[in-house]
Design a protein around this ligand. Structure first.
Ligand code: ADP
Length: 160
């Protein structure tokens, strides 16, 4: 059976940390769906369409990676997509505690979906979307923190 994993997140914006996790996970799964969580209550800097477009440009030559978005519970989305794995990245002990709670609750909600964690490479540990966003908003050069395929000058964020 095809092994499909969902990699859910806000990706506001997608960083080289996210890219690293997805590329390394390609040897574990047949297909990875990068799913942008659309939360009407949570404001994002980049619009949903922009975030999806940025991610799609990174993986345009990788047919095993799909880009999508979803609303509602992540495990419900996994079930709808026939995905049995939920992929997440871990940077720090704080990430671990946060992810542990979510994964254990997700297992209770949907025991057929297995959460899989990859530890980030050391050079990506300090990269997070909040910091990258702050650099962009303040007019700094954040290009080294996002995948090479993403030209940040092509995208406009929204003033929050
Ligand atoms: P969320 O809003 O769900 O936390 P993020 O976009 O911040 O979404 O992150 C999505 C996933 O990518 C999470 O599993 C997160 O731990 C992981 N991640 C974020 N930044 C990095 C990084 N620099 N290295 C590895 N994994 C990362």
């Amino acid at each position: 059976m095809k092994r499909t994993a969902v990699f859910p997140g806000s990706f506001d914006p997608f960083t080289i940390g996210h890219e690293g996790i997805v590329r390394r996970a390609l040897c574990l799964f047949d297909e990875i769906i990068i799913a942008v969580g659309a939360n009407a209550l949570k404001k994002s800097y980049y619009s949903l369409e922009t975030r999806k477009e940025m991610i799609a440009s990174v993986f345009k030559d990788e047919p095993r990676i799909k880009v999508d978005h979803y609303e509602g519970l992540t495990v419900d989305y996994c079930r709808r997509m026939g995905a049995e794995y939920l992929l997440r990245g871990l940077r720090t002990a704080a990430d671990f505690e946060f992810e542990r709670a979510i994964a254990q609750v997700n297992r209770t909600l949907e025991p057929t979906v297995e959460s899989v964690f990859l530890l980030t490479v050391p050079e990506h540990t300090s990269i997070n979307s909040t910091i990258v966003r702050d650099i962009i908003r303040s007019g700094g050069d954040a290009s080294r923190f996002v995948p090479a395929a993403i030209d940040l000058r092509e995208y406009r964020g929204e003033d929050l």
